[in-house]
Ligand binder design. Structure first.
Ligand SMILES: *Cc1c(COP(=O)(O)O)cnc(C)c1O
Length: 392
């Protein structure tokens, strides 16, 4: 049983110093500058094995793009059916808010109820391919649930560290997938420190956001799907609720790869990053023209997935916003909760509070002249509201 995926994965490359590492190594950060690594592909090889017209015959998961994913053997793909989520037209929400060409990428339908499933399917598959038996991570909630589920499917042990005030459903969910959960007095960055301190001794592979190169490969499929679902024409605007930033970074990487493959042209959407007022490091850095985001003090928001005061990939998030001619803005917790309600009552989607922030941003962006009412705009509905019922 050694069916090759025909993956064109060729090596890992540091996003900052461009140092190259062999794909056979299971790595976290660049060993020289301690910044994120990207998986790179042999584009000519990929072109010779897959044309975009053939994708229509593929499975309805993110693994339809397997030549551009970092897994060599099919038996190592750990899948629960993630990806290929609906891109729906939001007619009633658009009418309510005054937008005529509004779309939702409904990621709440993923296994474990959020788009974290994409990243974890890729990272846990890579861990399986390299023989890892134990994984660990800090989480605001959804990443933990996804990691626990995929680790269960792969037969790996999962150790999950979450802030003490994380909504109860996240802990229950992880435990039912057989993970060991520790609640920490602090926020996600404190959880991250514990994983970093203990991982060597415990033999854990650390799957924290962007501290390994494979989760972003799962998240990049958001970009591939968007292009395929829009018949290879990207929208004018993408609005993305940003925590650690893997989704926005992944999509930006996907667009470059697809252009190299000849699947799309040079047009890019304006990438708009939304955060919560109580934790807006990227917005501050963007407004101040900084290349990196100073840690945000006293981070506080009900949208736990946005409570990331300091992201390792901050410079990559800022690059994608600026290169795309996009922008960044913060919304209040009241506004993002109202966004969830607007979405629920007009479109029948009960979204996570993080996703409510994208809805809340629309009027502000129009009023400041950053989007027009007739532009094609895609909101990323990154997760379901069901695990957050205690905050509404
Ligand atoms: C994690 C998460 C986010 C933020 O995603 P990043 O890729 O870390 O920026 C947004 N929404 C939900 C529901 C999440 O779980």
């Amino acid at each position: 049983m050694t069916n090759h995926t025909m993956s064109a994965f060729s090596h890992l490359e540091c996003t900052s110093c461009n140092k190259i590492f062999p794909k056979e190594q299971l790595l976290n950060l660049c060993t020289s500058c301690h910044l994120p690594l990207f998986a790179r592909y042999d584009i000519e090889k990929a072109k010779s094995v897959i044309q975009k017209e053939q994708l229509v015959y593929r499975e309805s998961t993110m693994w339809r793009y397997r030549e551009m994913m970092p897994i060599e053997y099919e038996e190592n793909i750990v899948s629960l059916g993630e990806g290929w989520t609906p891109l729906v037209t939001a007619k009633r929400l658009g009418a309510l808010l005054g937008f005529s060409n509004l779309y939702l990428k409904d990621e709440s339908l993923n296994p474990t109820g959020s788009f974290k499933a994409r990243g974890m399917s890729a990272a846990i598959s890579q861990a399986k391919e390299k023989g890892v038996k134990k994984i660990a991570l800090p989480t605001a909630g959804n990443a933990g649930g996804a990691a626990a589920a995929y680790a269960a499917k792969a037969g790996q042990e999962a150790y999950v560290f979450m802030p003490g005030d994380t909504p109860a459903a996240f802990q229950v969910e992880c435990e039912q997938y057989g993970a060991i959960v520790e609640k920490i007095d602090g926020i996600i960055s404190d959880c991250g420190k514990i994983v970093a301190q203990r991982k060597e001794q415990e033999g854990w592979f650390d799957v924290a956001t962007l501290k390994e190169p494979y989760r972003v490969e799962g998240k990049k499929t958001l970009g591939y799907e968007l292009a395929e679902q829009l018949n290879w024409q990207l929208p004018d605007v993408i609005i993305y609720p940003t925590g650690g930033g893997t989704g926005i970074i992944g999509m930006w990487k996907a667009f470059a790869e697809m252009e190299a493959l000849g699947w799309i042209g040079a047009k890019r959407p304006r990438m708009i990053s939304v955060q919560a007022e109580g934790c807006a490091p990227i917005i501050h850095a963007f407004n101040e023209g900084l290349d990196k985001a100073p840690p945000f003090e006293n981070a506080k928001t009900l949208a736990s997935g946005l409570r990331v005061p300091s992201a390792v990939g901050d410079f990559l998030i800022l690059q994608s916003i600026r290169e795309s001619n996009g922008c960044a803005l913060a919304v209040s917790d009241d506004a993002l909760l109202a966004g969830v309600k607007h979405l629920g009552k007009t479109e029948g989607i009960f979204a996570a509070p993080e996703a409510g922030a994208t809805v809340a941003s629309l009027a502000m962006l129009r009023d400041s002249g950053q989007i027009r009412e007739d532009e094609q705009i895609v909101l990323f509905i990154t997760g379901s509201g069901l695990k957050y019922v205690d905050i509404f």
